[in-house]
Design a protein around this ligand. Sequence first.
Ligand code: SF4
Length: 497
Amino acid sequence: MTTAPTRWLTAEQLGPHFDDGGPVILIENHAVLRRRPTHRQKAHLYLTALRHRARSAGGRVELVTADSYEDALRERGLVGESLELVGATSWAVRALAQRLGATMLPDRGFVTSRETFAAWAEGRKPAQLVMDRFYRSVREETGILMDGSEPAGGQFSFDADNRERPPKGAATLGLPEPWAPVEDDIDAEVRATLDALEADGVRFLGHDGPRRFAATREEALAALDDFVETRLGDFGPFEDAMLAGDSVMAHSRLSVPLNLGLLHPLEIVERVVAEHAADRAPLNSVEGIVRQLIGWRDWVWHLYWHLGPEYTASSNALDARTPLPASWWTLDSREPADELEAACLSGVLTDVARHGWAHHIPRLMVLGNHALQRGYDPAELTRWFQGAFVDGTPWVMPANVVGMSQWADGGVVATKPYASGGAYIQRMSDYCGSCRFDPKKRVGEDACPFTAGYWAFLDRVEPSIRGNHRMAQPLAGLRRLADREQLVAQERARTRY
Ligand code: SF4
């Protein structure tokens, strides 16, 4: 009689689509928390998600606490044909599965297969692997938001409609409080475990606080319902806007349960497309969500594998070597605002300290932009984003941080560095009104560190980006600056942000 193999599901594979009803092992690995500084709320989320999953499945799912995935599996004889995985969720998991001789089933949890991506990428140069083309091909292949061979509404992207500024004078978008879970006995046990780990020397980032994100299938579905009912309509227009007093705005925060595997991206896609079909949601909002899920998310996943295990460590096209400020690696109980004068930077870092989350624009245009301008080490920055954000998986951050935000791969993921001055932040947020700096000033005591930082960045990296035609105009502007020397000296000497 042959016994069914045991399936090792990682903490990113906790939804029903990863489980075919056989024996399952889950591993709660505390050594990972010792090795990599992780936001306290992220550690809480992962542990509570694993424990809830084990409890909901009864005896069929074994939850093991260990300091090594490999030891936990070997000690139970789970090697060779006794062990199977549903795809690997990182290069490290893939290498471990190979060492153990485990059976590797095809990936689940994404819209497109590796074969689909490989066929699309074949023959394309690295710089031709752009997201828009991939997204378009997925739309055409799946028929999602298509009217026959034409995109719904006559265009594939409504991004241009989705750049509204925040409403003038408003502190919030005025939407209901976003869905939040009610903590239970498992959360209390997890909090006790994390307290014990801290007492034992484990250092977490950020603040503890009530759990804010879905950790079970039921909670994920409730969060999806809540988003569709209260936020979907406003999501598109205000997708890129920021408000100091409303960090969630109309964002779904569904990347969190998605990256725990609790939702399948297609079930979100089908839900929002149905809302549009029933005239309950505008196309620009729905297309924006669809693009994030079947375009961006799948693309980033495939690039993680396509670009190889050395991508992060070997990418530093702009020779960025500045270590991250020590305060980023603690996000401790003292608010970043106590140390920082730049209202945007301190506001976003405070949000991350408090919640382990900020939406994509604060990530890209405030944190990433600052790091790019100041030349933070891209590999260290990637580790930080992975540890500090509740949705930071090993596969999601490399293309987002190394490629998109820091242009450290020299143009594989993004066609040009995403540097911008304070004018962008002033236009898209309400931060500048309360800031001691002036977004229009590049020189002087109140010169905005983003505006001045933008020009100082161009000055520093000019030799590396001279051949990029999309940077020709900014570099021409740099050459016209009458106060270039003074500005560069000012930013070299800057110690306060
Ligand atoms: Fe940020 Fe500059 Fe605006 Fe201050 S003035 S909030 S530093 S962009």
